[in-house]
Every structure is written in structure tokens, then in C-alpha cells.
Design a protein around this ligand. Structure first.
Ligand SMILES: [Zn+2]
Ligand SMILES: [Zn+2]
Length: 359
């Protein structure tokens, strides 16, 4: 497979370092440090040969007691779920207001219904958008064709009033939500529950993935191409892009610290070996959820015959390669080049979709 695919021909050392699973000792140390940093006591992460990693309690906890609170490494809201609810793009809590959540959902449903019934074109569009009482019967017949349920049309303007806050639903003050803070980069895609979540996401990955006006136009265009490709092929690439971006940003931070240290001690280390150890450090949180490469471990779909397995896996590999090329055009820069070379970043890309699954 590797002889056909232009991958795996360079950087053998880096690739094998990235592909090797962390040793039990490394795993133990990583989680011990993490739990200590979070101020947790009474719990341990242990590795079991049969079941993998697990969280073990060393003491009894009271009902309702907070055992561990830890932010997720990388996560993404599934595109389909985005239609249903508005959540913080960093901590994924509900934001806005009950009225906004309901209004937005009704608006999206209306859009989808119009698209699937072709109501957005021609005269029927009028009936779907302007559902006043005189149109009621006709619009119900036109817009719900194909559905066994009879939908009750909404009074005109109700969705807008819910979304713009003019209409307040009874008891909604009992379920107050944090206000939706738009992404400071202006993409109009990411919203947050607070400025602290907006800043944390920006620092963790969104500064490289934001398609807002503040991004360079060539980068923005390349990012949009990458996103389109992911939406058309496999949305796991969107999550992989977050993992890669967070590793790159961490790599930059650690590199800056290392250079500062070198200046302080008047030493110099610019070798690839130094860069690799910094990359491995940045990659460490993701490496803890070690899995095999995507195309090696993805389950064979039911409609693919086992005799076609090799070509199926090659196809998946090429798809990931295609996606990474689009992502690289958008986010990679000279600073990361000494370490993140073609084959190395591809290995990272192939691994990073798996520690976390999309839901
Ligand atoms: Zn948040
Ligand atoms: Zn943004």
C-alpha cells in the first residue's frame, strides 16, 4: 500500500515515535500529573491488560460529590446536531435562551422542510413562509405532503419573535442560559457561553480554524474548501483538524518556552531531535488515547466485500491524504515546518480522529 501512496517515505524516526503507544509507566505518570494538577484525590487511572485504562476510586465518595472536573481535549458538535441546538463551541453547554433555542430549532426545521419539499422555489414558497390563518389549510396540504403527521402551522412572525427575544415564554426565567457570545474572529459559526470559553477555544485551536474576517483571505478560502470536503466526505476530519491545530499551537508554545530557556542558559539546540521531543510533548495528551491508524482500524462497511478490503482501506487512506492537503494549505506555516513534515503530520492526522468520537 505504501508503495502506491506517497506516504511513509520520509521521517521514519518521527513516524515510529508518533505511532508507538505510550508505555504503562508513561500512562501512569501522565494521569497522575493530570489528577494532581486538577487537585483530585481519591481516584487513580490504572491500566488493565484486558480492559485498557480505567478510573479507580481509592476511597468512598458521598452521593452528589464532585469527583473530577476536566475540560475535554478536543470535541465537536455534529453538523446535524447543530440544527437542533445552539451550544458553546468550547464547553458545549446550552447558550442563549429557551426562546432562542426553540425559535432557532423551528426556523431550521422550516428551512429543512422547505428544502425537502422544494417549497423554496415557485409559488408554494409563499405558503410555507406566510402561514396566516387564511392560508392554513392550503399550506398544510402543500408543505406536509409525504408526511403522515398533520403539522399545525405557526402564527406569522412567531419564530422571529422567539429568536429576537420579543416573545417571552412562561417560566423561561427559571431556565436561564448564559448569553451567546459570538466568536471574536467574526466567523458567525462559533458561539460561546462566556469570554473565557471564547478565549480558551481561540488559544486551543480556533485561531487556526476560524473562517471570520480577521483571518487572511487566502487562508479563509482554503479553510472553506477543507470544511466543504469534510462535510461531503467524512466529518471526522473536522475533529481531526481541531486535534492537529491544538497540537500545533501547543508545539509553538513549548518551542517558545524552550528557546527562552536556551537563551537564559546560553545554550543552543535546533536539531530535529529537539524538535521531535517538543512535538511528542505537544502530542502527548492525544497519544494517551492511542489507537491504530484510521484506515487500518476502521470497520469494514457491510456493503464492502472482504475481498475488496485492501482497496477500501487504500481509498480511505487517500481520502485522508486529500483532506490533509486542503487543511495544510489553510493552517500550516513555516514555524512548524522543521518538525511537522508531510509524513509526520499525516501520521498525526491518521491517529487523531480516534481518541474522541463524534456523537
Ligand atoms: Zn462554554
Ligand atoms: Zn471564529
Amino acid at each position: 500500500m505504501d508503495s502506491i501512496c506517497p506516504i511513509g517515505l520520509q521521517c521514519a524516526t518521527e513516524i515510529s515515535a508518533l505511532l508507538s503507544p505510550p508505555s504503562p509507566l508513561q500512562v501512569q505518570k501522565y494521569y497522575h500529573d493530570l489528577l494532581t494538577a486538577r487537585g483530585c484525590s481519591g481516584i487513580k487511572v490504572k491500566q488493565d491488560g484486558n480492559f485498557g485504562k480505567g478510573l479507580y476510586a481509592d476511597m468512598d465518595f458521598k452521593e452528589g460529590e464532585l469527583v473530577l472536573k476536566d475540560p475535554m481535549l478536543v470535541g465537536a458538535q455534529h453538523p446535524l446536531n447543530k440544527i437542533d441546538c445552539l451550544v458553546c463551541s468550547f464547553c458545549f453547554c446550552f447558550i442563549g435562551s429557551i426562546e432562542l433555542q426553540i425559535g432557532r430549532r423551528l426556523y431550521m426545521q422550516q428551512l429543512r422542510a422547505n428544502e425537502s419539499h422544494g417549497c423554496e422555489v415557485g409559488s408554494s414558497s409563499k405558503h410555507c413562509h406566510e402561514m396566516d390563518s387564511s392560508d392554513e389549510e392550503e399550506s398544510t396540504q402543500q408543505c406536509t405532503s409525504g408526511s403522515s403527521k398533520t403539522k399545525v402551522p405557526l402564527p406569522e412572525g412567531i419564530v422571529e419573535s422567539l429568536m429576537n427575544g420579543q416573545l417571552v415564554l412562561p417560566f423561561s426565567e427559571k431556565f436561564s442560559l448564559p448569553p451567546a457570545v459570538p466568536c471574536p474572529g467574526g466567523c458567525g459559526e462559533a458561539y460561546y457561553c462566556s469570554m473565557s470559553c471564547a478565549e480558551a477555544d481561540w488559544g486551543s485551536s480556533h485561531s487556526l480554524l476560524c473562517t471570520g474576517e480577521s483571518s487572511d483571505s487566502a487562508r479563509r478560502e482554503a479553510l472553506l474548501k477543507f470544511i466543504k470536503h469534510a462535510n461531503e466526505t467524512n466529518d471526522i476530519f473536522l475533529l481531526a483538524a481541531k486535534a492537529i491545530s491544538s497540537t500545533m499551537l501547543m508545539y509553538r508554545k513549548l518551542k517558545a518556552v524552550s528557546l527562552e530557556e536556551q537563551m537564559k542558559h546560553n545554550t543552543s539546540c535546533v536539531s530535529n531531535h529537539c524538535n521531535l521531543s517538543i512535538l511528542l510533548e505537544a502530542w502527548k495528551p492525544i497519544s494517551m488515547g492511542h489507537k491504530r491508524r484510521w484506515w487500518d482500524c476502521i470497520a469494514l462497511p457491510d456493503d464492502v466485500d472482504s475481498s475488496d478490503e485492501a482497496s477500501f482501506r487504500l481509498q480511505i487512506k487517500m481520502l485522508a491524504f486529500e483532506s490533509l492537503q486542503l487543511l495544510k494549505t489553510a493552517i500550516f506555516d513555516k514555524e512548524c515546518e522543521p518538525c511537522i513534515l508531510t509524513d509526520v503530520d499525516f501520521v498525526m492526522y491518521s491517529l487523531c480522529g480516534f481518541p474522541v468520537t463524534l456523537s
